[in-house]
Write a protein that binds this ligand. Structure first.
Ligand code: ADP
Ligand code: MG
Length: 211
């Protein structure tokens, strides 16, 4: 489902954020897309207010701090900015998995830089600058999270983290360029269903999940 809005001032964008909060009951992973200055942080001010988690003035850009946390009565809002986060390893050190609780709403600026959030997001909000004070806001909620593991592999466009359910072994897998255009390939030993642990060969009974 897609809904579109235009706002004519930052106050209107904050007000829209307050309304959008009602459409985002936790748990939610929301990716905010748009150029610098598009109004992503401004919208978060409203969303955090909508959850009674922070007042507009309290919400500032986490460009350098990367994560800001605002606790409300029914939800904890995490405002995350991945503009300065470039590698899978840097992303891991943020420990975003630990933030994904039942009452969590993750609002992630520049989340689209990582295939993981393209897969895991519940909602995508796209902001575009139409003029000095006019903004276009598109809210897309779909169910990309339903994709099967194989679909996920095909969707991947960058480094993939795989983890073994049984022993917790994690691997980062880089994709080979596709031999023909279309599907991308993973090295056979990294395919789901096998864990190679520290060994050379797959360990029976260990299943690798794509994250
Ligand atoms: P981003 O997080 O996308 O980089 P910010 O929300 O930090 O963007 O900045 C948006 C800037 O644009 C702010 O200075 C804000 O005052 C200004 N602005 C002007 N009109 C609007 C509008 N309609 N909606 C949101 N921000 C607006
Ligand atoms: Mg911002």
């Amino acid at each position: 489902m897609t809904r579109e809005f235009t706002t004519k001032s930052s106050e209107e964008t904050v007000a829209l954020g307050r309304e959008l909060a009602k459409m985002l009951p936790p748990p939610k992973v929301v990716v905010l897309r748009g150029d610098l200055g598009a109004g992503k942080t401004t919208l978060v001010k409203g969303i955090a207010e909508g959850f009674q988690a922070a007042s507009e003035e309290d919400v500032t850009s986490p460009t350098f701090t990367l994560i800001h946390e605002y606790r409300g009565p029914s939800a904890t809002v995490y405002h995350i900015d991945l503009y300065r986060v470039d590698t899978q390893r840097e992303l891991e050190t943020l420990g975003l998995d630990d933030l994904m609780g039942e009452d969590s709403v993750l609002l992630i600026e520049w989340g689209e830089k990582f295939a993981r959030f393209e897969r895991e997001r519940d909602v995508e909000i796209v902001l575009r600058r139409l003029g000095e004070t006019e903004r276009w806001v598109e809210v897309n909620s779909d169910s990309r999270g339903q994709a099967s593991t194989n679909d996920k592999i095909l969707e991947m466009s960058q480094t993939l983290e795989v983890v073994c359910d049984k022993c917790g072994t994690k691997r980062l897998v880089d994709f080979e360029p596709p031999p023909v255009h279309g599907a991308r390939q993973v090295e056979p030993e990294f395919l789901p269903g096998h864990c190679i642990g520290d060994q050379e060969r797959p360990i029976p009974g260990h299943i690798i999940k794509v994250r």
